[in-house]
Design a protein around this ligand. Structure first.
Ligand SMILES: Cc1ncc(COP(=O)(O)O)c(C=O)c1O
Length: 405
C-alpha cells in the first residue's frame, strides 16, 4: 500500500517515527487535571546553551550574507581535529582535519546521508544489508531503507551488554553488508562499547568491505569514565590498512555535548576517501553550515568548561532518579547519555498509565525496536525516560512512576 500515493516502495516501507506513534498511542488518554504534565519523552537537553554561542554568532554576524563552503572552514576543521586529538589521545598529526573532518547540520543529517554514500545497488550479488542494533535510533532504519538497503536488526539486550553480539554475525550476512551503524554510548540503553569490541567491529568492516558508522553523539555525557572512541581504537590498530581510519566514520554533535540542539551542528570524521565522497554528496544535497554557526561551533569544540558543567548537571539528575527508583524496574546508570531504560513489563501499557494517571510522558521501548527473527521485540518490556529536566522534576517524575507502576 502506498502511504501518500507516491508509488515509492522504498518510502512506503518507512514506519511512522517513534514520536508520531507515541502521539497515536496517547491520543485517547487524558492526563489528570490539576497535575503538572512532565514530558520525559524527547531527548532535548534543557540546560541553557553556553553564552559562547550568542557571543560568537554576534561577532561573526557580518558573515550571514555568504554562502558557506560545503567543507566548512579551516578554523572549524582545526578546532575539531584538535578536540579529537585531545579527547581520544590520538597520536599528534595522525588525523589530518583537512582530509578527515567535515561539518554537518547535526549528526542526524550525517547518519542519514551515510547510507546514500555506503549502500550500493547490490553487494555480493544481493540486496545490501544495513546492520544496526535493536533497539536503535530510528534514523538508521529510515536511512537504510531509503538508500535501497535491507535493515538487519541485531539484538542488543541486557544479555549482550546492550550491544549487538558480533559473534552472531554470519558470513552470509557479512558478505552482503554495506553499512553497520553502531551507537556508543547507545540510545536508548546507554551502553558504551569497549576498545576490544570496537577493534573487532573495525576488523569486520575491513575484512568484509563495509562502512562502519559509529554514532558517538552521547560520548561527552558520561559519569566520569570517558567512553572510548572508534578513532582512538583505530589509531592503535596495526593491520596494514591503507589509512588508519579505513572503512570508519564517527559522528559527533553539539546538540548533547553543548546543549545546543537548535544550532544544528556536528561533524563527521574518519576515512579520507569516505569523507571526500561525503563532501560530494553534501554538495548535492545540503545547504552547508552557515559561517557564523561554524565559528560558534569551533569556539564550543575548543571549550571544555561548559561540557564539564553539563556533565555535573546530568549526574545530579541520575542521582535524583536513583534515590527514588532504587533497584526498581532494573534501574542502572548508563555508561553515557541521559536516558533511563526501565523494564516495566509492558512499555506501551506503562506509557498509557503514566500519562493517564500521573501526567508523565515517556516513550515505549518497542518504538525503538523491531521484532526479531525470534518473534521478540527486545524493547517491548521497556520505557525510555529522558532525564533532561532539572533534578527536582526528575525526582517528581520518578516518584510518580513508582506510585503508578
Ligand atoms: C543516537 C542519536 N544519534 C543522533 C542524534 C541526532 O542528534 P543531532 O542531529 O541533534 O546531532 C540523536 C538525537 O537524539 C540520537 O539520539
Amino acid at each position: 500500500m502506498t502511504v501518500f500515493g507516491l508509488g515509492n516502495d522504498r518510502f512506503d516501507r518507512l514506519s511512522d517515527y517513534p514520536f508520531t506513534r507515541l502521539n497515536q498511542l496517547l491520543a485517547d488518554v487524558t492526563p489528570p487535571s490539576g497535575v503538572r504534565p512532565l514530558a520525559l519523552s524527547l531527548g532535548e537537553p534543557q540546560h541553557a546553551p553556553p553564552a559562547l554561542i550568542s557571543e560568537t554568532l554576534a561577532a561573526n554576524a557580518h558573515l550571514w550574507g555568504k554562502y558557506p563552503p560545503v567543507n566548512g572552514t579551516a578554523d572549524f576543521r582545526a578546532a575539531v581535529g584538535a578536540w579529537l586529538e585531545r579527547r581520544y589521545r590520538l597520536p599528534p598529526g595522525r588525523l589530518d582535519p583537512e582530509l578527515s573532518v567535515l561539518p554537518v547540520a547535526g549528526s542526524r543529517e550525517a547518519l542519514f546521508l551515510t547510507a546514500l554514500l555506503a549502500v550500493p545497488q547490490r553487494k555480493a550479488g544481493q540486496t545490501p544489508a544495513v546492520l544496526m542494533p535493536n533497539p536503535f535510533y530510528a534514523v538508521y532504519e529510515g536511512a537504510g531503507l531509503l538508500a535501497g538497503g535491507e535493515p538487519v536488526f541485531l539484538s542488543a539486550t541486557r544479555e549482550t551488554g546492550f550491544l549487538p553480539d558480533l559473534d552472531a554475525l554470519t558470513p552470509a550476512v557479512l558478505e552482503r553488508t554495506a553499512l553497520f551503524y553502531l551507537c556508543s554510548p547507545g540510545n536508548p540503553q546507554g551502553a558504551a562499547a569497549t576498545a576490544g569490541y570496537l577493534a573487532r567491529a573495525i576488523g569486520l568492516a575491513r575484512r568484509w568491505g563495509f562502512v562502519l558508522a559509529v554514532d558517538e553523539c552521547y560520548a561527552e555525557i558520561h559519569n566520569g569514565v570517558e567512553p572510548v572512541g572508534a578513532l582512538q581504537v583505530a589509531a592503535g590498530l596495526e593491520d596494514g590498512a591503507r589509512s588508519p581510519w579505513s572503512n570508519l566514520l564517527v559522528f559527533h554533535s553539539l546538540s548533547k555535548r553543548s546543549s545546543a540542539a537548535g544550532l544544528r551542528s556536528g561533524f563527521v570524521a574518519g576515512d579520507p576517501d569516505l569523507i571526500q565522497g561525503f563532501a560530494r554528496l553534501r554538495a548535492y544535497s545540503n545547504a552547508g553550515t552557515p559561517l557564523p554557526v561554524l565559528a560558534a561551533a569551533a569556539a564550543l569544540w575548543r571549550d571544555e568548561t561548559h561540557v564539564e558543567m553539563n556533565r555535573a548537571l546530568y549526574r545530579a539528575k541520575f542521582d535524583a532518579a536513583a534515590a527514588i527508583l532504587g533497584d526498581r524496574f532494573g534501574f542502572y546508570r548508563p555508561d553515557g547519555g541521559f536516558f533511563l531504560w526501565l523494564d516495566v513489563g509492558c512499555g506501551e501499557q506503562a506509557c498509557r498509565r503514566l500519562w493517564g494517571e500521573a501526567a508523565v510522558r515517556v516513550l515505549p521501548g518497542a518504538y525503538f525496536a523491531r521484532t526479531g527473527a525470534d518473534g521478540v521485540n527486545p524493547g517491548a518490556a521497556y520505557i525510555r525516560v529522558a532525564l533532561v529536566h532539572e533534578p527536582e522534576l526528575v525526582a517528581e517524575a520518578a516518584a510518580r512512576m513508582v506510585a503508578i507502576l
